[in-house]
Ligand binder design. Structure first.
Ligand code: AMP
Length: 215
């Protein structure tokens, strides 16, 4: 990535692959930044764009804050779920892009356990989950998973899960129900702190252009 930055006087924008990228592309196009290819389809990782030296890198959601904190990207587009879970504060979060909206929820099989055993929660979001239950004064055991959370209550790995819910179809398909709403999630624009100083005019101009089209 250093090589990308050394060659470029423009911005490097890191975007979470998948759902967020698909919703971010029209927004990026709205501010005049169109990649020269479909970052979700191509095996390429770095895309030139229609805006001068600006480049887009399409990476895994959990890596976006790391790329931005370490300055490998000036700007990132990532879900608030990933940002809440990230340990570090090396970036600003100037705008809510209001895309990829969903809710982080506690879900389970609908039954409430009445024995005294500590609840076990499976999630990709251990930090947010621990914080949520600590605020409620409930002690829980948190099991970190990287995917297929819905399986955990079905096979006895956990009592409940904490996961993103959009339509609710995934929960329903697995016989689970949403039980508690933890936090609303949308994607945010994040900015490396040093880039904000060094490329101030360019970045504030871009933030203004995003703000104008988000409304
Ligand atoms: P749904 O069936 O529409 O409720 O979507 C739930 C599934 O999609 C779960 O596996 C979630 O982890 C995932 N999901 C939902 N919304 C988002 C989002 N905004 N970003 C990333 N993953 C999501």
């Amino acid at each position: 990535m250093d090589q990308v930055r050394e060659r470029s006087s423009g911005l490097v924008i890191a975007v979470s692959k998948g759902r967020i990228l698909q919703e971010a592309l029209p927004l990026l196009a709205g501010v005049g930044i169109v990649p020269n290819g479909d970052p979700d389809e191509s095996r390429k990782l770095i895309f030139e764009t229609t805006e001068g030296q600006t480049k887009i890198v399409a990476i895994r959601a959990v890596d976006v804050p790391t790329f931005v904190e370490y300055g490998a990207a000036d700007i990132g587009i990532a879900g608030k779920d990933v940002l809440l879970e990230y340990e570090g504060d090396g970036f600003y979060e100037p705008i809510d892009l209001k895309i990829s909206a969903c809710r982080l929820m506690l879900a389970g099989r609908g039954r409430v356990r009445n024995d005294s055993r500590r609840l076990r929660i499976a999630t990709k979001y251990p930090k947010v989950t621990r914080h949520y239950f600590a605020r409620k004064g409930v002690q829980v055991e948190v099991v970190k998973l990287y995917g297929s959370m819905e399986l955990a209550p079905l096979v006895g790995l956990a009592d409940y899960i904490v996961d993103l819910v959009d339509t609710g179809n995934t929960l329903k398909a697995n016989g689970l129900v949403a039980m508690e709403h933890i936090v609303d999630i949308t994607s945010r624009l994040i900015v490396n702190k040093a880039s904000m100083k060094i490329k101030h005019a360019q970045i504030t101009d871009l933030i203004d252009r995003f703000s104008a089209i988000i409304g």
